[in-house]
Design a binder for this molecule. Structure first.
Ligand SMILES: [Zn+2]
Ligand SMILES: [Zn+2]
Length: 354
């Protein structure tokens, strides 16, 4: 670890919704089972904004650590490691994802659902994340990033890409079946449309605006529905298009009404997968419809270790792309403001050296 400096730049906040300070802090020391990662690029996810703002304070199982370095979409390389780490070399490429450490022994880890670990290491929430130049992640669950990936583009795959891909896996769809993706033009939705196409599903993208139509069709959507134009007619439109309703719906919309509508246009015995996390959002499903048509509604939360590698593999093979704008770590607060103002198309990825 001879080239690793003692201090680094980071964006730190000391209280929820408090000032975001770009300042020098010590470079962390990896625990015995951790990697020290030089984080070169970091995606800026809406969840980072929500954690800083305290949007989920009422519902979170855990309180954020304070002071906190946010960020959970970091990509870079290994520059050091604890003395019990095996299988990693200095120079290997890896990243900082949302779940950057699971116990691997609890009931959920044992069943292959390590994202639901009872004692997770959560970057940018329970441990310092990727908005710093050096971060620690647990070696056993760290993602492997192939040399063919550009680090800036792969960074958002580590949260948004994994989340979208895993939701599609959890939908139980088979190739040739119809999937509706709501909020399809956003960051998560854009990945979902691409992964769905790769997996052989027929995609109906729901969003609003001509630019979103062009964007989602370029990514592989077969049909685009503008919810603002279709209104309540959307339900009949989807039943007609699909011959009985979409086999699955993956929800990235943040309005409760969008979820309720999905329970009506999903096919009998179909599945609705919830992914978006609107603060205080609730699901309303009429029981007669739900029971009578045998619907399944399930939550899907990031992905496990295998989902992570599979999601990265699609990106590494050039089948899935990231639309991003390159920014600078020191200007994180500006990007949060642009997010709040709805001015960001795709992702902002920050260069952690600036
Ligand atoms: Zn995220
Ligand atoms: Zn566990």
């Amino acid at each position: 670890m001879s080239d690793v400096p003692k201090t680094q730049k980071a964006v730190v906040f000391e209280e929820v919704n408090g000032p975001l300070m770009y300042k020098d802090i010590p470079v962390p020391t990896p625990a015995k089972d951790e990697l020290l990662v030089k984080v070169q690029y970091s995606g800026v996810c809406h969840s980072d904004l929500s954690i800083w703002k305290g949007d989920w304070a009422q519902q979170l199982r855990f309180s954020p650590k304070m002071p906190l370095v946010g960020g959970h979409e970091g990509a870079g390389e290994v520059v050091g490691m604890g003395d019990q780490v095996t299988g990693w070399q200095v120079g290997d490429r890896t990243g900082v994802k949302f779940i950057s450490g699971s116990c691997l022994t609890c009931e959920h880890c044992s069943a292959g659902w390590d994202q639901h670990c009872v004692a997770p290491g959560v970057s940018g929430l329970l441990k310092d994340g990727s908005f710093q130049q050096y971060a620690c992640v647990k070696a056993a669950t760290a993602p492997r990033i192939p040399d063919s990936c550009d680090l800036a583009g792969v960074a958002p795959v580590l949260c948004a890409g994994i989340t979208a891909y895993t939701a599609l896996k959890n939908s139980g769809l088979k190739a040739g079946e119809w999937v509706v993706i709501t909020g399809a033009g956003g960051g998560l939705g854009s990945y979902a449309v691409q992964y769905a196409k790769c997996m052989g599903f027929r995609v109906i993208a729901i969003d609003t605006g001509d630019d979103k139509e062009t964007h989602t069709k370029e990514l592989g959507a077969e049909v685009f529905i503008d919810f603002a134009k279709s209104g309540a007619g959307m339900i009949a439109e989807i039943h007609k298009l699909t011959g009985g309703g979409a086999h699955a719906v993956v929800n990235f919309a943040v309005q409760d009404a969008a979820v309720e509508a999905a329970t009506l246009y999903v096919r009998t015995r179909g599945t609705l997968v919830l992914c978006a996390l609107p603060p205080n959002g609730t699901v309303k499903s009429h029981i007669l419809n739900h029971v009578g048509r045998g619907l399944t509604i399930k939550g899907s939360y990031v992905g496990n270790k295998l989902d992570t590698q599979e999601a990265i593999d699609f990106y590494a093979r050039g089948l899935v792309k990231t639309k991003y704008r390159l920014g600078e770590l020191s200007k994180l607060e500006e990007y949060y403001q642009q997010m709040l103002d709805g001015k960001i198309v795709g992702r902002v990825v920050v260069d952690n050296s600036k």
